[in-house]
Ligand binder design. Structure first.
Ligand code: IPD
Ligand code: CA
Length: 269
């Protein structure tokens, strides 16, 4: 399959998945709660993926949190996050996304196509490696090179502990701290220059949460540091332990990394 065809197929799948997720929420939100509601929404989106893409694309394994076999190590993958920002979705906070990525190999560096569809606004962000990043067909670029003292930065703080979690030390340094609750969409906001950086160094993300968006940020001219259990080698088949700092510039990324201690202490906080 050619990249253009694969991209088209994934954009169409993401659109159907977003529709299915919204319909499932409308249908079940009054009747189910918590994990049960999450599962209904996730499975509705996965079913929509399967109805567009089938069981997958020949030569690729599908990696997702729901509804697929565990992938073998090695090989090429399609990484599927049916809903990134599930708690937002379940509560009706309109900030969540479908995230789809294609990789040539088992590491994050080998991701070559990324598609993130904003479920509520309907915007679609995408990138093919080496060909730039786009939103609804228009080229996007990261913002101007702001320093930390003037930057809008989204920082994931769930389960951070006062006095122990170094990530909390960044908050007083920020004029515009945010935490929006969908890793892929927050990274896309960096790609289009709305946020200057996105920081999630808890080590709680999974490969499919950020696979597409990290490529979109890089292709938009930004800098991204992704780690897995403290290592820069991120294995797509290992799924968990992922942290990310995505920033408009290398200087801002370095500034953030030094405050949150990435590179000097393990990324786990
Ligand atoms: C979640 C989102 C959220 C992050 C959580 C993730 P999910 O993904 O990316 O921003 O803070 O750690 O689990 O579970 O909604 O796909
Ligand atoms: Ca998810």
């Amino acid at each position: 399959v050619r990249d253009d065809e694969l991209l088209k197929l994934l954009v169409r799948a993401a659109e159907e998945m977003a529709k299915a997720a919204v319909e499932a929420r409308e249908r079940w939100a009054g009747r189910l709660r918590g994990k049960d509601l999450e599962r209904k929404i996730d499975y509705a989106a996965v079913d929509a993926f399967k109805s567009v893409v089938g069981e997958g694309v020949e030569g690729y394994y599908v990696i997702s949190e729901e509804g697929f076999e565990k992938p073998p190590e090695g090989g090429r993958y399609i990484l599927v996050d049916p809903v990134d920002g599930t708690s937002n979705m379940c509560r009706g906070i309109p900030f969540s996304a479908v995230s789809l990525a294609v990789s040539d190999g088992d590491t994050m560096d080998s991701v070559r196509i990324g598609v993130v569809r904003d479920i509520f606004r309907g915007a679609v962000y995408y990138a093919v490696r080496g060909r730039g990043a786009y939103k609804d067909g228009r080229r996007i670029r990261v913002g101007v090179g702001r320093r930390l003292s003037e930057a809008a930065v989204s920082v994931a703080v769930t389960r951070a502990v006062c006095g122990r979690s170094k990530v909390l030390e960044i908050l007083p340094a920020l004029p515009y701290p945010r935490y929006l609750g969908s890793a892929s969409l927050e990274a896309c906001l960096v790609a289009e220059g709305a946020l200057d950086a996105y920081v999630d160094v808890r080590g709680l993300l999974r490969v499919f949460d950020v696979a597409a968006a990290q490529l979109i940020v890089r292709e938009a001219g930004g800098r991204v540091l992704v780690t897995q259990n403290g290592s820069r080698e991120v294995r797509l088949s290992r799924i968990g332990g992922v942290s990310i700092i995505a920033a408009a510039t290398g200087e801002l990324l370095d500034e953030i990394a030094s405050v949150v201690g990435v590179g000097r202490v393990p990324t786990r906080f």
